[in-house]
Unconditional design. Structure first.
Length: 330
């Protein structure tokens, strides 16, 4: 019996036509792709959002490929080691990277000498997931709603504090965007990670924070922090009574939290189509969707063109904001 994955790959290759064939096919070599394990580089460490996404997908994507998807974590130098490894890898479709929005849409505007170009140096393969953020306040702050937060910040300019996971981190940029749009002057207290930043809000050492929803949710459920607004386009099922930031009166762009699969520049179009289809089918799997929901992650199926367009749109919005605020990471 023919394996269903092999049948799907064969049909797709036939439909793409000879002009889009992978290297070697015209020379009589086997047309099956992928024909060896596929490496997925991870620029974030164990327990991170990217690591969680990869581990949820790995088994299902491997079945779709008919080859193992091998995870390789290189969480050094803010992901630069992993990204440079991808740039130097063969562009035959067997070397991929799971990137977050930060590396592609924020870092090029934050770092003066970034050794990669998000447009020139990569082949965009597939969007994978998105995740919402949430604006929370310390119980000790006395803040219960967004109007409370805005009122307190305006009455005490420069005294209300917010924590972040570090300068240039999504948690920093989201809070800066909200403060800028609301005309607030807040004091930034950066930490070396989301865990430390959130702990400071729980302890009342800082007044507020914009956190990834999944990280903050247990503390919200325990009553340790107050959820003020969901930083997302729509309300989330985990917090149905919490308004979005716009519903709460904060007219600011929503902080994106997506992850996407990339390859080196110059990948064959046929390989991109096959890989994209495999990730899209994996995101339709019921067990994958259940595990993503448990981790407050939203499936984000789409084409390679979709995620490239999303990267460019987010880069335009947040790049202009970063330049206007004079934010830099040395």
């Amino acid at each position: 019996m023919t394996h269903p994955n092999v049948s799907r790959r064969a049909a797709l290759m036939a439909g793409l036509g000879a002009g889009a064939a992978l290297p070697g096919i015209a020379r009589g070599q086997p047309s099956a792709f992928p024909n060896q394990p596929v490496r997925l580089l991870l620029p974030q460490g164990p327990g991170s959002g990217g690591d969680t996404v990869a581990r949820i997908l790995v088994d299902t994507v491997s079945r779709e490929f008919g080859q193992p998807l091998v995870l390789e974590s290189r969480p050094v130098a803010n992901g630069l080691v992993a990204i440079n490894a991808l740039k130097q890898a063969r562009a035959d479709g067997h070397n991929l990277l799971l990137s977050g929005v930060s590396q592609l849409s924020f870092s090029p505007h934050l770092y003066p000498n970034l050794p990669y170009d998000p447009v020139r140096d990569f082949t965009y393969v597939a969007p994978v997931t998105d995740t919402p953020f949430v604006l929370i306040a310390s119980r000790r702050s006395g803040v219960a709603t967004v109007p409370d937060f805005v009122s307190q910040a305006r009455a005490r300019p420069g005294e209300v504090t917010y924590a972040s996971a570090g300068i240039g981190n999504s948690t920093h940029l989201a809070a800066e965007m909200i403060a800028g749009r609301a005309g607030l002057r807040l004091s930034h207290v950066p930490y070396s990670g989301s865990g430390q930043a959130l702990t400071s809000v729980v302890a009342g050492q800082t007044d507020a924070m914009v956190s990834v929803l999944g990280i903050a949710l247990p503390h919200i459920a325990a009553g340790a922090v107050v959820p003020l607004a969901v930083v997302a386009e729509r309300r989330v099922p985990q917090l149905p009574g919490v308004p979005t930031q716009r519903e709460a009166g904060l007219d600011a762009p929503v902080m994106p939290g997506w992850f996407a699969v990339l390859g080196p520049a110059g990948m064959p179009a046929a390989a991109v189509e096959i890989l994209n289809a495999a990730f899209r089918r994996a995101l339709e799997d019921a067990s994958v969707r259940r595990r993503l929901e448990e981790n407050t992650l939203e499936p984000l199926p789409g084409t390679a063109a979709d995620i490239r367009a999303r990267m460019e749109a987010d880069s335009a919005v947040w790049g202009e904001f970063i330049r206007r605020r004079g934010l830099r990471v040395e």
